[in-house]
Structure formats: structure tokens, C-alpha cells
Design a protein around this ligand. Structure first.
Ligand SMILES: [Zn+2]
Length: 274
């Protein structure tokens, strides 16, 4: 069953993780969507200050989504995404960084984690892979942004190691791999394939031959899943969406499909005050 379900009755519709919500009622986890009108007006459903033209609208979008999720806007926390592998821990002191300006975000940070309640970890997407993490034994949550560079930089296993370093049992960690570009829409050159083969020597199902010369189609969701399995996680700990951002202009921004002129969805995870 598709793990990411559309909460269509919400004032600000979004995808939520149905099975996580039932099992862990204090978790708030999912991803925003775009809508038909935002095709003409990308800022309408854009949550990223580094691509928007009107910061006040983006902040307003963030406030509305926070309200919809039942969390305070002061809890909204994000990093400056650079397709790197730096991971930072959010404390009660650093909660809220990046919420109102790109300059105040955690610099050069693509992974965030925290054990604090009332912190909404956020990161921004238009094709890259959102990874959400939760370990119930130490009540820790995380989010990581993985395009092909983050994937081959192994940000997903690095997140697992950060959780384990803080006392999590590897078998307790859950991961959800969210809506991102599918192999159907993601054609790459040889250097990407070469980098992938370096971390996944057996890239079965990850790299597919494309009908075009010297091009390959890559499944970044599957690549991240395989890196997590290689790190010692079991299949049952990993949820993988079937949604492709490139195939659904009515639901998702896609950097590739929209030729760079698009907004960003936000992936989020938080633990309520409860
Ligand atoms: Zn597609």
C-alpha cells in the first residue's frame, strides 16, 4: 500500500504517513503538495526561501501549513541545502532557525535530527529524495535531503549512524522515502552512474539502460533503500513511496519537468508536545 496518503480535506492539503500516524500518534510527518493554480504561480505552494521571489508569501505559506499541522510557526526549523552530507542536531536553543530567513538556516546542512518535542524539522524538494527518520526507543526524529550527490555521499546511512551514536538500536529506526523523481523521468549521464556504482557495486533495479545513447535512468528512491539495507536495516523498517514528482504536475513541483522554474514542496517531521 502507498505509505504517503493525501489529506485532501485539509485547508492546506498535504501528504501524510498513514501507518506512522496510526502507530505513533504524536508524530507529525509528511510532505506538502502543489495545486493546479500554482502551475502559473509557483510561489503559491512554494516553501523554500532560496528559490522564491516573494519571501513574505513563502513565510505565509509556512505559517498556514504549521497551523494546519497544529504546530507553532516558532518550531519550524531548516538547513541551507547544498547537496552535501552535513547533519546537525537541533536543540531547544536552535529551534526555529531558518524559519523567517534563508540566512538564519543551519549553514550547509542537508540532514537534521532532534530529540526535542515541538520542533518541526523541514527540508525542501522539487525532485530530490526526502528521507524521514524516527526511532521510538530514543524518541529521535530526522530529515535528510538526497539528490544524486547526497545519495552517493551516503547521507542516508550517515543519518542511521548519527541515530546509533545517540543510543538508538538500529532495528528500531524507521525510515520513509518520500515523493521524488522516479526512474521514469530521471535520465542521467555516465558520471552519475559511475558514482552510484561506487557505493552500490550491484546496482540491480537502481540503474536502468535508457533507449538513448550513453544515457541511463536512475531510481534514486531504490538507491537510498539499498544503501539503508547495506547499512543493516531490514526491508520492514523502510517505507518507499510510489509517487514520482515528474509524472504529476497537479501534485508536485519538479525541477526537471518545469525546467528549473518552479517552487519547492516541504517535507516535515515533528513530535507534538503531548
Ligand atoms: Zn515519472
Amino acid at each position: 500500500m502507498e505509505p504517503f496518503q493525501l489529506r485532501s480535506e485539509a485547508v492546506v492539503p498535504y501528504f501524510f504517513l498513514d501507518s506512522w500516524e496510526r502507530e505513533f500518534p504524536h508524530l507529525i510527518a509528511g510532505m506538502s503538495i502543489r495545486d493546479g493554480e500554482s502551475i502559473k504561480d509557483p510561489d503559491r505552494t512554494n516553501y523554500a526561501l532560496h528559490v522564491g521571489s516573494r519571501p513574505e508569501r513563502i513565510i505565509q505559506n509556512r505559517r498556514r501549513l504549521a497551523e494546519e499541522l497544529g504546530v507553532s510557526f516558532a518550531s519550524w526549523t531548516c538547513g541551507e541545502q547544498v547537496h552535501g552530507v552535513n547533519i546537525r542536531e537541533v536543540t531547544s536553543m536552535s529551534r526555529g532557525k531558518g524559519s523567517e530567513s534563508a540566512q538564519s538556516a543551519f549553514s550547509e546542512t542537508d540532514g537534521l535530527l532532534t530529540q526535542e518535542r515541538d520542533v518541526l524539522l523541514t527540508s525542501f524538494y522539487a525532485d530530490c529524495v526526502p528521507l524521514l527518520f524516527y526511532s521510538a526507543d530514543i524518541e529521535m526524529i530526522g530529515v535528510a535531503h538526497a539528490g544524486w550527490r547526497g545519495t552517493v555521499g551516503e547521507i542516508s546511512p550517515r543519518m542511521i549512524r548519527e541515530f546509533v551514536k545517540r543510543g538508538a538500536e538500529k532495528k528500531e529506526i524507521r525510515i520513509a522515502i518520500g515523493p521524488s523523481i522516479g526512474s521514469c523521468c530521471y535520465e542521467v549521464d555516465e558520471h552519475v552512474v559511475h558514482s552510484l556504482k561506487h557505493v552500490l557495486p550491484d546496482p540491480f533495479k537502481v540503474v536502468l539502460d535508457s533507449p538513448k545513447n550513453n544515457k541511463w535512468q536512475v531510481d534514486l528512491k531504490e538507491a537510498n533503500k539499498r544503501l539503508l539495507l547495506k547499512e543493516g536495516l531490514k526491508e520492514g523498517q523502510i517505507l518507499v513511496t510510489g509517487w514520482c514528482t515528474g509524472c504529476h504536475p497537479d501534485l508536485f513541483h519538479s525541477h526537471r519537468r518545469d525546467c528549473g522554474k518552479t517552487g519547492r514542496m516541504v517535507a516535515f517531521i515533528g513530535m507534538g508536545k503531548g
